[in-house]
Design a protein around this ligand. Structure first.
Ligand code: CA
Length: 222
């Protein structure tokens, strides 16, 4: 069970939306399509995405309004805006209103893919504090604060492991996924189990759940 990055595409042009969905799907994304701003806003508020692609010109609620409303509600998922208006003022407005990146139509698909990769990498560094059941992790300082007042400091690898699990609390991560995304310099999947053990020793056995035969998922520290 590989963890596929989830992308929300909000685009009212059904043909373009279909093409984007197919392309991003073939690039390994788990794609969710919304045909208008209302639907995009609803999905953005209720589901968890790694990155969003929004058309600027949408009926009723335009792409920048969707981003603004999501930001107001604390949703910080990186957003890339597609716009038929390619001028500088339009680009600046998009960035000022909460979009992380901006691409004029027609765009090159390889450029879109490259920019989405950058945005996904940026997510981890812009929002260092991750909430999980029973406490929070500050991924910058690698400090864990449990709701009962206990504090722990984690090693770099322990923190990276906990962060990956905590950012997607419902998801089950295979050891291969964790090996590739957390311990990229290691090649023995056993390192995953070792660090799961380390984190549990600090935060409690139930902090990371074992899903037998599949992998690991975030549990509760309290
Ligand atoms: Ca449009």
């Amino acid at each position: 069970m590989e963890a596929r990055p989830r992308v929300l595409i909000v685009e009212d042009d059904a043909r373009l939306a279909g093409m984007l969905g197919e392309l991003l799907g073939s690039e390994g994304y788990d794609v969710v399509l919304a045909g208008d701003g209302q639907r995009g806003l609803h999905l953005g508020l209720t589901e968890d995405f790694d990155v969003m692609v929004l058309d600027r010109g949408l009926p009723a609620v335009d792409g920048l309004d969707v981003i603004g409303r999501l930001r107001d509600r604390g949703v910080l998922t990186p957003a890339l805006v597609l716009s038929a208006l390619g001028n500088a003022a339009d680009r600046v407005e998009g960035l000022n209103r909460g979009a992380e990146d901006y691409l004029a139509k027609p765009f090159d698909i390889d450029e879109l893919l490259a920019r989405l990769r950058v945005l996904r990498r940026r997510l981890a560094s812009t929002v260092p504090v991750v909430r999980f059941s029973g406490g929070t992790l500050d991924a910058d300082s690698r400090n864990v604060a449990l709701d009962d007042g206990r504090r722990f400091s984690l090693s770099e690898r322990e923190s990276a492991l906990l962060e990956r699990l905590a950012r997607r609390p419902g998801q089950i991560f295979s050891r291969d996924d964790l090996l590739a995304n957390v311990f990229a310099d290691a090649d023995d999947p056993g390192v995953v189990d070792t660090y799961v053990h380390h984190v549990r020793r600090k935060l409690g056995r139930q902090a990371i759940e074992t899903v037998r035969g599949v992998g690991y998922r975030m549990g509760s520290a309290l």
